[in-house]
Design a binder for this molecule. Sequence first.
Ligand code: XIL
Length: 467
Amino acid sequence: MKTVRSVRTMVAFAATIVLSTAMAVAVANSASAASTLGAAAAESGRYFGAATNSFMLNRQPHATVLNREFNSIVAENEMKWYHTEPNQNQFNFTAGDQLIAHARARGMTVRGHTLVWHSQQPQWARNMSGTALRNAMINHINRVAGHWRGQIHSWDVVNEAFADGGSGARRDSNLQRTGNDWIEVAFRTARAADPNAKLCYNDYNTDGINAKSTAIYNMVRDFKSRGVPIDCVGLQSHLGTSLDPTYQQNIQRFADLGVDVQITELDILQGSNQANMYGQVTRACLAVARCTGITVWGVLDPDSWRTGANPLLFDGNGNKKPAYDAVLNALNAGGNPTPPTSAPPATTAPPATTAPPATTAPPATTPPPPGGGCSATVSMNSWNGGFVATVRVTAGPASINGWRVRLTVPSGASVTNAWNADRSGNTGAVDFTNVSYNGQVGAGQSTEFGFQASGNGSIPTPGCTAS
Ligand code: XIL
């Protein structure tokens, strides 16, 4: 009897466990139906963000909706080049600082948009070209990413660098004309300036498998194979009335290259398909583990940059639209969890936080050895742990058809990239020779090339040989 009773007791006990477990699961499930976009996205390890502006942070009903629904923000305009560096080397971080403070106080993450872009440049940069523009770009990235170092979840390092249409070519711009390597230089510079931010390439008309997204795919694959630091691809997703059937497949192929994908500027033309498309986009992202977040390009319809399109999730009174319900339901239906947050991306030694070592060897004061027809001078733009050098090559009293500059990189320093010159080696004595378009220099005239390096120190006046 005792046995029977104890078995019965055990059965009853076991049943109780099963029942209570089932109830707990049911409770957990209903509790997991989060009631805001940010909380619902967070259940699978994602963020749901919105673009905003510092001057809107206290404006109603924008403020209430922003603070309630989103767990990530991005500056719609206030971190762009024209805003952060209105005059060369004169920086304005006020609005960006406000946005970051607002986000941090509420546990939101911040996307950085955008370090370099052909559009919305300050006038002074639009007027620039060649080495001067290249150096200005590098300086801009160092100063802006450096200022917000450690506070940006993901940076759109480069925005919209590929042409539309079927060519798969780069878009022509003043930046592109500084040399095809401008994008990788931007990414390497950003990595050194903020080693913990994820570094993204961001573009539009990439909402499916097409010539433009394939060109970007090939660039990312190339960067990965050569160790150029890139962590994510942003798909802007400014959409019309139907979704490309390869939308998810496109996200997946980028993820398969080993980068995260983020939907960065989502807005969809209002019409009979709007809510459905918002649901489709959300589900596509959730289906891919490495699609880690979605940002809508604004909060309230009347504030959208697409005037009259009403492409967002809330109307002007802050009411939720059917599109909102479609997104929330899709988020609550769950998806592939994002991979555990990886260790900070591998970096090439982050800039030292201590002051750069005092320079011992002062630059040689003796004139450079006679080089046969040309001379070279170096100017440096240094920060802790790195520098950009601009080298000016000047022809002697006769014109020259080519040149080679041999300079000594400070000990411990290493050249990471060069422009407007071919280079041999990256440490110690490094030779730079002219490229096809800058070998001919008229008598007494000059041309410039540049390079970036990690490390500290100064460069003695280099030797120059004409050919
Ligand atoms: C837009 C802003 O929304 C507007 O306020 C501004 O006048 C122009 O830029 N792609 C981008 C965004 O990467 O920076 C753009 O933002 C929209 C298109």
